[in-house]
Design a protein around this ligand. Structure first.
Ligand SMILES: Cc1cc2nc3c(=O)[nH]c(=O)nc-3n(C[C@H](O)[C@H](O)[C@H](O)COP(=O)(O)OP(=O)(O)OC[C@H]3O[C@@H](n4cnc5c(N)ncnc54)[C@H](O)[C@@H]3O)c2cc1C
Length: 413
């Protein structure tokens, strides 16, 4: 039988690594198990490979969970300053951009992973990667970690930090959910978040790759206005992406999962008022009646989008502006300022940056990250029903919850 370990951390992503480092710093012998051949979880792909590791504006409102207060003790125990200090101590020079997002000065996410690996080594954390865990069982006061090809590991305490379901191409499998359920925990059904939204509107394929800056989006759930966001919008083959869509995607995805009706309304020209557009079209109608309506619209919106709007209103591309009716002018302006898009789904997990839902936080102590159901079982990171907005909030959750889980496990052993 393998010797009994004081603490085994499962999953060497940002949350698991932070848990292991924090516990090892307090003198506990830690074994860190990772399925992949390499540690670091999703760190290398974060922030488009630039590694957006936290955000200056760390507030509760940027996090989502069935219990919104849950994140507070962890974010307090390991806050923005602690995060910066921790990484600076590892040797990382930090850069803060105009949105408060924090990156390595080199804008290379990989350096975060390398520095964490060095710290694990310095603290003599035993890391075993490329392993296959079959199951985790409670055995009296111990945990048995049953392996596929090798003898079981036994642990007095374990921290589950196996992440969620987002980005399965990076081997996110949701194994941790299965083990947590077997140990008696419940899940809030996981759904993709920070993800593109899809639509079945006809002719949408005519718009791919059009990008608009700083549009205003309003999200409607069951025909009720829920949220308004401003940001970039990118048309993709069967849907929409961009910062503005990501900002709404959590609420949209959750509502879709609950079978609700979802739609977005887009002001494609937020810098232009209805009055300005009306005056513009009337002036052209009066002074340049031979000018083609399509050409006039192209001065306001990209060609393909202008064509799409005219097509959806059944207006001929070759119509001279002199022949447009008042009704047509109103309809065109309505379409530009209130572009309506019924949303039928999200892109698949492959395109999601994070998981909404997960192990319900109602069954986890927010002051320690310890299970309220199984003593000496802890959770950290995305496996929990906590997800953050875009901008460094998810990695910050991994650092903060990992820190708290590691510290609590060390103090409890
Ligand atoms: C494309 C993309 C871009 C992102 N950009 C940002 C960003 O800029 N800023 C930000 O804050 N967040 C970003 N995120 C989100 C962020 O990466 C995650 O929220 C964060 O990595 C979660 O950390 P974690 O440790 O909980 O899980 P993960 O990073 O998923 O790590 C979990 C680890 O557990 C391992 N594991 C899983 N199952 C098993 C098993 N059965 N046995 C052993 N090990 C297992 C996995 O292999 C992995 O190494 C991004 C995500 C994606 C996909």
């Amino acid at each position: 039988m393998n010797p009994i370990r004081p603490l085994v951390v499962i999953g060497a992503g940002p949350a698991g690594i932070m848990s292991a480092i924090t516990a090892a710093e307090r003198g506990i012998e830690v074994l860190l198990l990772e399925k992949k051949n390499q540690i670091g979880g999703k760190i290398p792909v974060t922030g488009d490979g630039k590694g957006n590791l936290t955000n200056v504006n760390l507030k509760k409102r940027y996090y989502h969970s069935c219990s919104p207060e849950f994140v507070l003790p962890a974010l307090k125990a390991f806050d923005f300053q602690s995060t910066c200090h921790f990484f600076e101590k590892l040797g990382l020079k930090l850069y803060i951009d105009e949105k408060g997002r924090v990156f390595p000065y080199s804008r290379e996410a990989l350096i975060i992973q390398k520095l964490l690996a060095t710290e694990l080594k310095r603290l003599k954390v035993e890391v075993i990667s490329g392993i296959k865990i079959e199951e985790i069982r409670r055995m009296g006061s111990l945990f048995e970690i049953i392996m596929e090809h090798t003898p079981s590991f036994y642990a007095q305490q374990i921290i589950l930090a196996t992440g969620g379901l987002a980005a399965p191409q990076l081997e996110a499998t949701g194994d941790g959910y299965r083990w947590a359920e077997k140990l008696g925990h419940h899940l809030i059904s996981p759904f993709p978040s920070l993800v593109q939204l899809t639509t079945k509107v006809p002719n949408f394929h005519l718009l791919p790759k059009i990008k608009l800056a700083e549009v205003i989006l309003t999200l409607f759930i069951d025909e009720k206005r829920l949220l308004e966001k401003r940001g970039d919008l990118l048309f993709i083959p069967h849907g929409v992406s961009g910062t503005a869509i990501f900002a709404l995607s959590r609420a949209a995805s959750e509502a879709l999962q609950q079978g609700k009706k979802v739609a977005i309304q887009i002001n494609l020209v937020p810098g232009l008022s209805t009055e300005e557009l009306t005056t513009f079209l009337h002036e052209k109608k009066k002074n340049f009646p031979q000018q083609l309506l399509l050409l006039l619209l192209q001065g306001i919106l990209p060609e393909k989008l202008s064509q799409f709007i005219l097509k959806s209103l059944n207006i001929d591309f070759d119509l001279p502006v002199g022949l447009i009716s008042e009704y047509m002018i109103d309809s065109i302006i309505e379409s530009i300022t209130h572009f309506f898009l019924p949303i039928t789904g999200t892109q698949s997990w492959k395109y999601a940056q994070v998981t909404g839902g997960g192990v319900t936080v109602e069954e986890v102590n927010p002051e320690t990250m310890e299970s309220k159901i199984v003593p000496h079982l802890y959770f950290a990171g995305e496996i929990l029903d906590v997800d953050g907005d875009c901008g460094g909030y998810n990695l910050q959750w991994a650092w903060s919850s990992g820190y708290l889980a590691g510290k609590s496990a060390a103090e409890n052993s």
